[in-house]
Design a protein around this ligand. Structure first.
Ligand code: KIV
Length: 258
């Protein structure tokens, strides 16, 4: 049987790779038929808990949300973010990655960074842990405002070289977060593994968005987010209608009662 990772690799230059985040069972169930990869991202820190930074997200939080998300995933490849400081050296990274895989039954983990953490990623891969890379804006390293990456030549060279390095040691794909379009295009052309863009142009091999943003459940004004739904409004309307019917004693009528 062809592995889920092989399927993702085979899509390079053939069809776009669809990635979405999920932090829970019901969302996973809804998006699984339309996703190639479902990521339990540490963006859950800001999206669900209002944290000012993803650095506050704990390994236990990631594992609990991942266990829930897993329940709704049948076909997609499931990737879990390793939170801040859980991969600060090889030994700690391997112990935590093994725990994530064992407890959540995910297929792979994602780590933020290039050359600085290359020995850690190499160690995970040599120990049979599938890894997805993440370059460009690295939210776990940013204090304050996020700025897109690839304006200066030195920055472009660093991201380009990091991408080649990650591919060389065996990551199966790389998320490019807010990387300038022409640089994202160059990287995607150069690499044999797929790039997954977020705010990094249509030239990437796939795209990822935070599901809460794209369905209009989470309020965000980030430039790259397109709202494909109005779920918060739908929820409010349902709550409003429920409230109205309860107050008017219309609900629960006989058929909804024992
Ligand atoms: O944490 C996350 O959700 C992510 C994606 C937005 C790429 O890393």
């Amino acid at each position: 049987m062809i592995s889920k990772i092989k399927k993702i690799l085979n899509k390079k230059n053939k069809s776009k790779i669809i990635c979405l985040t999920s932090y829970s069972k019901n969302i996973s169930e809804a998006i699984d038929p339309y996703s190639d990869i479902i990521l339990v991202g540490d963006s859950l820190g800001s999206v669900l808990y209002n944290y000012s930074t993803t650095r506050k997200v704990t390994l236990d939080q990631m594992i609990e949300h991942s266990k829930s998300a897993r329940l709704g995933i049948k076909n997609s490849l499931m990737v879990v973010d390793m939170p801040y400081r859980t991969y600060r050296n090889k030994k700690i990274a391997l112990k935590n990655a093994k725990r994530i895989l064992k407890e959540t039954k995910c297929d792979a983990v994602k780590l933020e960074g290039g050359s600085l953490i290359i020995s850690v990623i190499d160690h995970l891969i040599k120990n049979k842990i599938p890894v997805m890379g993440h370059l460009g804006i690295l939210p776990q390293s940013v204090i304050g405002k996020f700025k897109f990456k690839g304006k200066k030549n030195s920055e472009r060279n660093k991201i380009f070289n990091d991408a080649k390095l990650l591919e060389k040691i065996g990551v199966f794909s790389i998320v490019l977060e807010c990387v300038e379009s022409t640089l994202a295009k160059q990287i995607s052309k150069k690499l044999k593994i797929p790039t997954i863009g977020i705010g990094s142009s249509k030239f990437c091999d796939g795209q990822i968005l935070v599901i809460d943003d794209l369905i209009g459940l989470n309020e965000t004004k980030v430039r790259f987010v397109k709202k494909f739904g109005q779920i918060k409004k739908n929820i409010s309307n349902a709550a409003k209608n429920f409230s109205k019917e309860v107050k008017n004693k219309k609900y629960p009528s006989k058929i909804y009662s024992y």
